[in-house]
Design a protein around this ligand. Structure first.
Ligand SMILES: CC(C)(COP(=O)(O)OP(=O)(O)OC[C@H]1O[C@@H](n2cnc3c(N)ncnc32)[C@H](O)[C@@H]1OP(=O)(O)O)[C@@H](O)C(=O)NCCC(=O)NCCS
Length: 230
């Protein structure tokens, strides 16, 4: 049998900075969105990272990049997964917290990335809101900060898949079953009524920022290989 090539996904991360010069990279629509935020810094840092990274990968000027969106649920072009106008052969995905932004970039199949701060997984209803019944067992013997890190990793796996499909949290994450925190990342079962993607490849991604957990998904059968592009 022929060995399949691993699909290479580029990943870059940036610590959120309240740095006025980052605004110069954004277009008017992005600046207007930034200024509607209580704290614009995470949005500005994330979108500056996206423009810088995509410009480098595609050999274009950051200002020449244009984005469009499409929601697979309602067809609206006002929200949903963003893509690059004129470069449908590339896919990217952006995720950010109050302190960290990450981007994944792939040529070919749709990509999704999610990053979570481990402290954000510190709430009582985590299991009920996020996990299928059988997934909870994998967390039973994990406690303290290890538990938060395990929750954040599994949560990132589920959301990375839902960002690759473009559904986002329109799909209930309890209906997207993934492997437990001690096992290699993989989709185990899709129980949502929205159509199951034909193929999903999933991987955890190591970050330089130890208080976050991250996962990357592509809608392809090929194994995923995450490589740094920052
Ligand atoms: C996608 C989603 C899960 C991300 O939420 P989050 O964890 O708060 O945010 P993250 O930092 O991980 O990701 C945000 C980025 O994901 C991207 N994104 C937004 N919607 C997306 C979607 N449907 N699929 C994939 N990526 C999406 C955008 O780049 C967004 O950044 P921006 O808003 O600054 O442009 C959430 O926004 C969601 O569930 N959206 C779907 C809601 C929806 O479409 N409702 C209407 C249906 S008709």
């Amino acid at each position: 049998m022929m060995n399949r090539m691993a699909l290479r996904v580029g990943l870059a991360e940036a610590v959120v900075a309240d740095e006025p010069s980052l605004r110069d990279l954004l277009d008017d629509t992005e600046l207007a969105r930034a200024d509607r935020k209580r704290d614009p810094a995470p949005f500005v840092s994330a979108h500056a990272l996206a423009r810088r990274t995509l410009a480098r990968v595609l050999h274009v000027d950051p200002a020449d990049l244009a984005f469009e969106r499409r929601c697979p649920t309602c067809g609206s072009e006002r929200h949903g997964k963003p893509s690059i106008v004129a470069r449908p052969d590339w896919s990217f995905s952006l995720s950010y917290t109050d302190t960290l932004a990450v981007i994944a970039v792939a040529q070919g199949p749709s990509v999704g990335i999610d990053v979570e701060h481990v402290e954000e997984a510190d709430f009582d209803s985590f299991d009920r809101l996020t996990l299928a019944e059988e997934e909870g067992a994998a967390f039973a013997q994990v406690h303290g900060r290890d538990l938060l890190a395990a929750r954040a990793q599994v949560w990132a796996r589920k959301e990375a898949i839902l960002k690759a499909t473009g559904h986002g949290l329109v799909v209930d994450p309890t209906e997207v079953v993934v492997t437990g925190p001690e096992s290699p990342a993989a989709l185990v079962d899709w129980r949502a009524e929205e159509s199951r993607p034909e193929a999903v490849s999933l991987a955890d991604a190591d970050l330089r920022t130890p208080d976050h957990r991250c996962a990357v998904a592509v809608l392809a059968e090929d194994a995923l290989e995450v490589h740094r592009i920052d």
